[in-house]
Design a protein around this ligand. Structure first.
Ligand code: FAD
Ligand code: FES
Length: 271
C-alpha cells in the first residue's frame, strides 16, 4: 500500500453521472487485485477532510482506472478532474476477490456502480481461460453499464426495474437458473441486492463458494478508526482491512443489522 499522486490521463462520462478516470499509477496498477480499492482525496483544501473509497475498476500495464458515480461532494470533485490533473491516492487497499484455480465457470452479479470491481475480475478470469457470466441490474437502461466496455467473451445479462432493457425485475431473479452452471459467485451492489443473493445461495446452493464486496463509509481505511465495521457471524469486521470482499455466509444480512451505522439498504449512489 502506497500514498501516491496519480496523473489523470483521461476522464470519460460512460453513462449519466458516471465517469471512468484513467490514472498513471504504475506501481498500484501492477500490485492491485480485483476487489481492492483506492482511498482518494477529494479536494485541494480541508473540505471534504476525509478521503473517499473507490474500487479499482481495471488495470492495464502502467494505467489504473476508477469508475465514479457522482453522488455528493467528494465524488463530484473527482469527476471534475481533467487530463493533466493530479489525484492524491492511498492504496491499493483491502482484500480482493479470491478465485480458486479449480473454478471454471464464474457468475458475477452487479448492481449500479457495483459493476466496477467485477469488470477487472472478469478480465483476470478470462486470462486464465475461465468462463464468465456477468448479470447486472439497474433502475433503467440508461444506467446499465455499457456492453461495449465488457470483454466480448463475457456472457452479459441485464435486468432493469422498468424493463427498458433486458429482463424486467431484479437482477437476482436471473441467478437461480445460472447456479447449476456456476462454480462460484461474486457480487457487488446495493445491500438489498446482496442480501437477496445471500438468501438465494442459502436456499439453493448452500455450499457453493460466494463472495461479496461490501461498502461502508470509511475514515482511515487502514483498520484504525473502526468507522467501517459491519456485523458478521464472528462479530464486527472492518470493511477496509478484513474486506471489502467477504464470504457471503460471513455477513449477518438482517436488514436492520447488515450495516452498523446509519446506512440503509440500497443507498450510496447505486442506481
Ligand atoms: C470499498 C468501497 C468501494 C467503492 N467503490 C466505488 C466505486 O467504484 N465507484 C463509486 O462511485 N463509488 C464507490 N464507493 C462508494 C463511494 O465511496 C461513495 O459513493 C462516496 O464516498 C460518496 O462520497 P461523496 O462525498 O460523493 O458523497 P456523500 O455526500 O458523502 O454521500 C452521498 C450519498 O452516498 C452515501 N454514501 C457515502 N459514502 C458511502 C459509502 N461508502 N457506502 C455507501 N453509501 C455511501 C451517503 O449516505 C449519501 O446518501 C465505494 C465504497 C467503498 C466502501
Ligand atoms: S475506515 Fe477506519 S477502520 Fe476501516
Amino acid at each position: 500500500m502506497d500514498l501516491f499522486s496519480a496523473r489523470v490521463v483521461d476522464n470519460e462520462e460512460i453513462m449519466p453521472s458516471t465517469h471512468v478516470l484513467t490514472l498513471e499509477a504504475a506501481r498500484a496498477a501492477r500490485s492491485a487485485s480485483p476487489g481492492q480499492f483506492l482511498h482518494i482525496r477529494c479536494g485541494d483544501g480541508l473540505s471534504p477532510l476525509i478521503r473517499r473509497p473507490m474500487s479499482i475498476f481495471r488495470t492495464d500495464g502502467t494505467l489504473l482506472q476508477v469508475m465514479i458515480r457522482n453522488v455528493g461532494e467528494g465524488s463530484s470533485w473527482i469527476v471534475r478532474r481533467q487530463a493533466g490533473d493530479m489525484l492524491d491516492c492511498l492504496g491499493p487497499l483491502g482484500r480482493g476477490f479470491r478465485v480458486s484455480p479449480q473454478a471454471r465457470n464464474l457468475l458475477l452479479v452487479g448492481g449500479g456502480y457495483g459493476v466496477a470491481p467485477l469488470v477487472g475480475l472478469a478480465e483476470r478470469a478470462l486470462a486464465r481461460r475461465a468462463n464468465v457470466s456477468l448479470a447486472v441490474g439497474a433502475a433503467a437502461s440508461e444506467l446499465i453499464f455499457p456492453a461495449s466496455l465488457i470483454p466480448e467473451e463475457v456472457e452479459y445479462l441485464v435486468a432493469t426495474d422498468d424493463g427498458s432493457a433486458g429482463y424486467r425485475g431484479f437482477v437476482t431473479d436471473l441467478i437461480p437458473e445460472r447456479l447449476v452452471w456456476a462454480d462460484a459467485v461474486y457480487a457487488c451492489g446495493p445491500l438489498a441486492m446482496m442480501a437477496a443473493l445471500a438468501r438465494i445461495m442459502r436456499d439453493l446452493a448452500p455450499r457453493k463458494p460466494a463472495q461479496v464486496a461490501m461498502e461502508e463509509r470509511m475514515g482511515c481505511a487502514m483498520g484504525v478508526c473502526l468507522g467501517c465495521c459491519i456485523e458478521s457471524t464472528r462479530g464486527p469486521l472492518r470493511v477496509c482491512t478484513e474486506g471489502p470482499v467477504f464470504d457471503i455466509r460471513q455477513i449477518v444480512w438482517r436488514e436492520e443489522a447488515a450495516a452498523i451505522g446509519t446506512r440503509g439498504p440500497g443507498v450510496g449512489g447505486h442506481g
